[in-house]
Design a binder for this molecule. Structure first.
Ligand code: PMP
Length: 419
């Protein structure tokens, strides 16, 4: 067949042949056929500036990553039961980038799998079952990950909070800053771990007040719990000031989970933990993962880490992130429906709310995202009230991309005000 399937045919086949719970972005779904760097191209060759996909960290179809993958795929792909240099090189480089005693790696294929393993390790290490997580947190799509992700279990179709889970309320940066200190419920199952993102992504790009994580780390460590930082969204230099978002909070976890950007689109994720936890996990049961840590995935991960370092992507995220945040704050001064601008580096969010009542303006946020798409700029909304626009582009984002995004936002908000 010479021509590919047309958008309508694909949509129809999706409805017939795929699970009903998949979703599509935008009122008019996009049919993307190729990508390069910061841009996605649709079936008509129209290009879109990607401002929201943090998976292609070093750029869509980065040539160095593609070539590393091809080279290794031509040669060999096996599993961890053979000696191979790629996995130990990747582990060494990853450990080098992490502080403290985070010295032992396990490689897996997705963020969900990484968090599953992290929780299993914490439970094995402590002999306990309970979990403390953040309200509005998201940690993945498996049974356990949904059970600890209030973003899912408290949403439509969710089964509510399980007995073994306790939630720390998420501070609301717009409506109230005074939230009570969370205290462990001693009548519940004793917690093995506290798991958290260091900036709550699905929660609406929410940065915790200063000292928030430090306080809970101290409390929970006194209770013998394991600290797990989920860096699936925020890791690998995105926050600019540091390689890992937890470092910006001045904390060092006992386990870190890494995913999304690690393989630049290829399924690659990791769990890094302390020697003590790794030793306790080595309890007689073999850890085997058919695809996790294979030579192809590891060659890709290595190349991603090298590019981040050689191109100074963390520093770039810092400089450009500060500029964009500053400009967004100027836009906020002109448009009072922007109630808050927040985030770090190239991981930002801006929240729409009524300036008087602080009522969330989900429709405004959604309109802005759909309008931006008309101008060839891709963003999305999130947060418990769906009124936060998320910004987390591939990391080679440049000043000119930023200026196009910012001037378009200004124009759209201006038009919305007049209409
Ligand atoms: N943790 C966080 C913070 C995430 O955002 C996600 C994915 N959105 C996951 C874990 C799960 O990762 P995956 O979809 O690769 O299983």
């Amino acid at each position: 067949e010479a021509r590919g399937l047309q958008s309508q045919e694909i949509e129809k086949l999706r409805k017939q042949k795929l699970g009903r719970s998949y979703s599509l972005s935008y009122e008019q779904p996009l049919h993307i056929v190729r990508a390069a760097g910061q841009y996605l191209y649709d079936e008509n060759g129209r290009k879109y500036l990607d401002c929201v996909n943090n998976v292609p960290h070093v750029g869509h179809q980065n040539i160095r990553v593609v070539q590393a993958a091809m080279k290794q795929m031509q040669l060999l792909n096996t599993n961890t039961r053979y000696l191979h240099e790629n996995i130990v090189k990747l582990a060494s480089k990853l450990i080098e980038s992490l502080p403290g005693k985070l010295n032992v790696c396990h490689f897996v294929n997705s963020g969900s799998e990484a968090n599953e393993l992290a929780i299993r390790m914490a439970r094995t290490y402590t002999g306990r079952n309970g979990i403390v997580a953040m309200e509005h947190g998201y940690h993945g799509n498996t049974n356990l990950c949904v059970d600890i992700s209030s973003y899912k279990f408290n949403a439509k179709g969710g089964q509510g909070q399980k007995d073994f889970v306790q939630l720390i309320p998420m501070p609301d940066p717009v409506r109230s800053q005074n939230i009570e200190r969370f205290i462990l419920d001693q009548s519940r199952e004793t917690p093995a771990a506290f798991i958290h993102e260091s900036i709550l992504s699905c929660g609406g790009q929410v940065v915790m007040p200063e000292g928030f994580f430090q306080t809970y780390y101290k409390d929970f460590r006194d209770e013998g719990m394991v600290m797990i930082a989920d860096e699936v969204q925020t890791g690998l230099g995105r926050v600019g000031s540091h390689m890992w978002a937890f470092e910006a909070e001045d904390i060092v976890p006992d386990i870190v989970t890494i995913g999304k950007p690690f393989g630049n689109g290829h399924p690659l994720a990791a769990v890094v933990c302390t020697e003590e936890i790794a030793d306790a996990f080595h309890n007689g049961m073999e850890y085997f993962n058919t695809f996790g840590g294979n030579p192809v995935s590891c060659s890709i991960g290595l190349e991603v880490l090298r590019i981040i370092e050689e191109e100074g992507l963390q520093e770039r995220a810092f400089v450009l992130g500060q500029y964009i945040k500053g400009e967004l704050k100027k836009i906020q001064e002109e448009h009072s429906i922007i109630a808050d601008v927040r985030g770090r580096g190239l991981f930002l969010g801006w929240e729409f709310a009524d300036p008087e009542t602080l009522e969330p303006l989900a429709e405004k946020a959604s309109n802005v995202v759909n309008e931006m798409k008309r101008f060839g700029i891709l963003l999305s909304t999130d947060g418990p009230m769906h009124n936060v626009v998320k910004f987390k582009p591939p990391m080679f984002f440049r000043r000119e991309h930023a200026d196009y995004m910012l001037s378009t936002m200004r124009r759209i908000l201006g038009d919305m005000k007049r209409n």
